[in-house]
Design a protein around this ligand. Structure first.
Ligand code: 5GP
Ligand code: MN
Length: 335
């Protein structure tokens, strides 16, 4: 994989570009994709953003979301854009299988594939150009770097600022995680100096749900959370019946995994949701517990040191049983 900088001199030559990201895009995935789009169109590129799946309703306030294609819903249009693309940007993921049903299509493409991502263990052989840096807070920070490092800071407009800020807030847990290094705060200061209305973004991200979601959270914390104090671990397991009862949609469960972290002494939080096709795990840790390795070893997943995800094709009961077993096996690491 050649460095991203090698492409800077070609930015001003208009091309057909597709930008894609991981399935069920979050604020960073959608924010980075849209920020890059708002940047590239200023050079005359024809840019299509494709999401492998649908996304949370609360992402829709982001400028440009209306034009994003959902590969599962708009397959013909999305494949037409992919077939004619000269550049394919892959943002906020680093291995094709994180695009679910789009995986095979991406593997067949012969266009130039470009990676911009901050997750561990990138599949760099699949990309001709790119940057992979786990020290970055978010892919949005990396898009900001791309714009500034290529000498185009003057192109940061309101849309770009809003998208980048949303992703940075999302992936740093509102500037809480250690990934919120000094450069992140400088980035925010720069966006503020350019006129960013940060309060609007916080409302878009956090005050944008329906009543049923708050009732659902109350129900889950009361009835579905188990605390294992001897292992400093909290577990939330959500059956499908809860999702149906409270009309839970994509994105409504975002942030749920953070609630048990407010309990003194909790080091690891595990959340599993019984989705149609799989049991989806989320892991969050504080301090010295490596969620990425844990998710990779036991739940076919990965991610970052303190935040990772995984999956299981077993029943909810079986996968919860397995979790409790591996929690015990990891007792030393959880002290
Ligand atoms: P979340 O729990 O919010 O779904 O994911 C936490 C972090 O782990 C995110 O950075 C996400 O991209 C990553 N992640 C989630 N699920 C998976 C997975 O199945 N495989 C890998 N490699 N990363 C994942
Ligand atoms: Mn990210």
């Amino acid at each position: 994989m050649k460095p991203l900088q090698d492409l800077f001199s070609q930015l001003s030559q208009p091309r057909k570009v597709v930008i894609t990201t991981h399935q069920k895009p979050d604020a960073d995935a959608m924010g980075s994709s849209l920020a890059l789009r708002h940047f590239l169109v200023q050079f005359g590129h024809t840019v299509t953003v494709i999401s492998p799946t649908n996304w949370a309703g609360w992402v829709n306030w982001m400028p440009g979301t209306k034009e994003v294609l959902d590969y599962e819903k708009d397959k013909l249009k999305a494949e037409a854009a992919l077939d004619t693309a000269e550049w394919l940007f892959c943002l906020d993921f680093n291995i094709f299988h994180r695009t679910k049903t789009m995986t095979e299509k991406l593997k067949q493409l012969t266009c130039t594939r470009i990676l911009i991502d901050h997750h561990q263990e990138p599949d760099t052989d699949s990309f001709e150009y790119g940057v992979s840096n786990t020290a970055k807070s978010s892919t949005c920070e990396m898009i900001y770097d791309l714009i500034v490092d290529s000498g185009n800071a003057d192109k940061i407009n309101e849309e770009i600022g809003e998208c980048i800020y949303a992703g940075v807030v999302g992936d740093t847990g509102s500037f809480r995680f250690s990934s919120a290094h000094a450069g992140v705060h400088n980035l925010v200061a720069d966006l503020k100096a350019r006129g960013l209305n940060h309060g609007k973004i916080h409302e878009g991200l956090f005050d944008n749900f329906l009543e049923n979601r708050l009732r659902f959270i109350g129900h889950v914390l009361l009835h579905r959370m188990e605390i294992f104090y001897e292992f400093n671990t909290a577990l939330i397991a959500i059956p499908k019946s809860d999702l149906l009862k409270y009309h839970i949609k994509t994105g409504d469960t975002e942030g749920l995994v953070n609630y048990p972290q407010s309990i003194q002494g909790i080091k690891l939080v595990a959340l599993v949701i019984d989705r149609d096709e799989e049991r989806k795990w989320s892991f969050r840790s504080k301090g010295e517990f490596d969620c990425n390795t844990f998710a990779r070893n036991y739940f076919e997943g990965g991610g970052h040191y303190n935040a990772a995800g995984g999956r299981s094709s077993e029943s909810l009961e079986k996968t919860v049983e397995r979790f409790k077993q591996v929690m015990k096996e990891n007792e030393k690491l959880l002290q």
